[in-house]
Design a protein around this ligand. Structure first.
Ligand SMILES: [Zn+2]
Length: 295
């Protein structure tokens, strides 16, 4: 690792570590979009705390482990480094389905006639088969496997990882033609890579991580989190502009968002409208030109 990058990363880590212990803030309800997940589910703020914890672990590991070793262990392979097809974007929504949220996202896709892929959590599909059916019936959506219960695959043995994949496969299989998988937190493993390959799955990463989880209920990301998410100083209170500038920086690409985070729901309509106005074409995962980004 270049010394300069190491120094910057180390500084980021030192600043970020105390942030992990911070208490989650309650999530605000949205006026014009679905409010919050069901009472028995984690709030978006709680989910953000979990994501923050796993990202810290990743940052630490990347800093203090040999790159070659991480590569041999297939540890972090979800961020796509290869440039996307010019001016093409591909929307992905993880961690659903969620009542109201899923319907709302589908309505936006329909309004602008753009496609997207929903990476679903198996236990949520089991709880809401009607939402799976709704997404499957949409002309605008593909569906992918995002594990059964959204664990960090680096924290569980290979056999449990396989169960996470296979149980979800079983609830999706009747309706899903293509097989796409996205690792929770992007945390991959060699064993599951092999399993997915043997089951005919394609593994899907991303070019643009919107970090929607890191922006709070007021749409603000603090200085510490902005560092780890690459949010420009001028966009720290502007999730919309952060996404637009990230897409512009890549000139398109596979975009990672979450059904469960209010910032994405609140800004989705405006984001799609703006990306269309800026001349981006919305692609689908089964488009030939996206094939080379799938593993
Ligand atoms: Zn996820």
């Amino acid at each position: 690792m270049p010394i300069r990058y190491f120094a910057i990363s180390l500084a980021a880590l030192a600043i970020l570590l105390p942030a992990v212990a911070e208490t989650a803030q309650p999530a605000a309800t949205q006026a014009s979009v679905p409010a919050s997940p069901q009472a028995d589910a984690h709030t978006p703020a709680e989910e953000s705390q979990v994501t923050r914890k796993h990202r810290m672990k990743k940052l630490e590991e990347k800093l203090f482990s040999d790159t070659e070793t991480l590569h041999h262990q297939c540890r972090y392979e979800s961020e796509i480094s290869e440039a996307p097809p010019e001016k093409k974007v591909l929307l992905t929504f993880d961690d659903g389905p969620e009542p109201e949220q899923t319907e709302y996202i589908l309505s936006v896709l329909k309004k602008y006639n753009v496609p997207a892929t929903f990476f679903m959590i198996g236990e949520k599909v089991q709880a809401h088969p009607e939402l799976l059916a709704l997404v499957q019936a949409s002309d605008h959506a593909l569906i992918g496997n995002h594990s059964w219960s959204h664990p960090n695959f680096h924290d569980i043995p290979a056999a449990e990882q396989a169960t996470e994949v296979d149980k979800t496969s079983a609830v999706l299989v009747k309706t899903v033609q293509e097989h796409y998988f996205r690792y929770p937190y992007g945390n991959s493993s060699c064993e599951t890579n092999e399993l997915l390959k043997s089951h005919g799955y394609k593994i899907v990463g991303w070019h643009v991580d919107t970090c929607d989880w890191a922006f709070d209920h007021k749409g603000v990301v603090d200085a510490k989190e902005a560092l780890s998410c690459g949010v420009l100083a001028q966009n720290r209170d502007n999730y919309f502009e952060h996404v637009i500038s990230s897409v512009r920086a890549h000139n398109g690409g596979i975009i990672l968002m979450h059904e469960i985070h209010p910032n994405t729901l609140k800004q989705l309509d405006a984001l799609v409208k703006r990306l269309l106005a800026d001349g981006y074409v919305f692609g689908k995962l089964n488009d030939a030109e996206f094939a080379k980004y799938l593993r």
